[in-house]
Design a protein around this ligand. Structure first.
Ligand SMILES: NC(=O)c1ccc[n+]([C@@H]2O[C@H](COP(=O)([O-])OP(=O)(O)OC[C@H]3O[C@@H](n4cnc5c(N)ncnc54)[C@H](OP(=O)(O)O)[C@@H]3O)[C@@H](O)[C@H]2O)c1
Length: 286
């Protein structure tokens, strides 16, 4: 199997080094040729154009600025893409992803899009995840290559939107956590709690996030929301207490207000004795 990596910035270089270390036959190209020179010493074939790199390969990983630049790059190619599989690891939005996939399919190429959940230093790690979508058969053929780059990598479907949605969903989890800390800091500040004291208390709370995940994984996929150890109405009441505290201390209360509104609505609709995670069902049906 012959591979190519187009784009040798921080991430593309890490991908190329990892594939070479795993013993693959790798051609590389970068717009600024100087960045490619170092790869001659580690056994890569240096190509002077993306056309040359693609012509020499079956599976082509592109890792440049974004899908927009990948679309431009692919539109400028003169080499045939028939029977090649092009895997764009650059990030981008759903519209550009759809445009890219349409262009590749029209030219007879298989496609893969990858979302790298790691820094370049994590590439090649057993725990590293790269989530991919791809046309039929591409994961069977090239999943092992992606597995070399990240041991916990997975194929999540064919539609580009699936990857964008997964990114949005997982990013929301991380950002929700960050915003929770930010809003929490604001209410504590208003009460005169030193930020160091607040920061020192975070690890104990973060431990509970694991319990949240266990509960979510146990209840949401199975839709088994009965016999809650802490019911939705208990959470609604605790949120109301917290909301009152934010308001009385004149701290920004929009985040906790949103949580409380959503939970209270579900309680009003008869979800009070269920798990808090039944909000997924309630908000789907709403
Ligand atoms: N770094 C990370 O931690 C990380 C993590 C996950 C995903 N990613 C994604 O990986 C992609 C690359 O990130 P990076 O960290 O490697 O960025 P980077 O170090 O800034 O490198 C950018 C690369 O894109 C190339 N490039 C930019 N515009 C181009 C164009 N119009 N045509 C051809 N090549 C072009 C650059 O070529 P030149 O050398 O010629 O400028 C360079 O090789 C991005 O989509 C990023 O979101 C990065």
């Amino acid at each position: 199997m012959k591979l190519a990596v187009l784009g040798l910035g921080n991430m593309g270089s890490a991908l190329a080094h990892c594939l070479l270390k795993s013993g693959h036959d790798v051609s590389v190209w970068n717009r600024t040729p100087e960045k490619a020179e170092v790869f001659a010493e580690v056994g890569a074939t240096i190509c002077s154009s993306p056309n040359d790199a693609i012509a020499a390969s079956d599976f082509v990983i592109i890792c440049i600025k974004s899908h927009t630049e990948t679309v431009e790059l692919v539109n400028g190619l003169s080499v045939s893409l028939e029977d090649k599989t092009i895997c764009d690891m650059s990030t981008g939005d759903t519209l550009d992803a759809d445009r890219l996939v349409a262009i590749l399919e029209k030219q007879g190429a298989g496609y893969m899009l990858g979302m790298i959940n790691a820094y370049p230093s994590g590439i090649g790690g057993d725990e590293t995840t790269i989530l991919t979508v791809g046309s039929a058969g591409t994961w069977d053929r090239y999943g092992s290559v992606i597995g070399n780059l990240g041991g916990k990598s997975a194929h999540v479907g064919e539609k580009p939107a699936a990857l964008a949605a997964l990114f949005a969903g997982l990013f929301t989890v991380r950002q929700g956590f960050m915003f929770g800390m930010i809003y929490g800091a604001l209410v504590c500040q208003k009460a005169g709690i030193p930020m160091q004291v607040y920061a020192d208390q975070l690890p104990a709370t973060i431990k509970l996030v694991k319990d949240y995940h266990d509960l979510f994984a146990r209840t949401v996929p199975t839709e088994d929301f009965d016999s809650a150890e802490a019911s939705l109405k208990v959470y609604a009441m605790a949120q109301e207490d917290a909301l009152k505290t934010y308001l009385s201390l004149n701290a920004p209360a929009d985040l906790i207000q949103l949580m409380h509104d959503r939970t209270k609505m579900a309680w009003d609709d008869g979800y009070g004795d269920r798990q808090l995670t039944s909000l997924v069902q309630h908000m789907t049906d709403a």
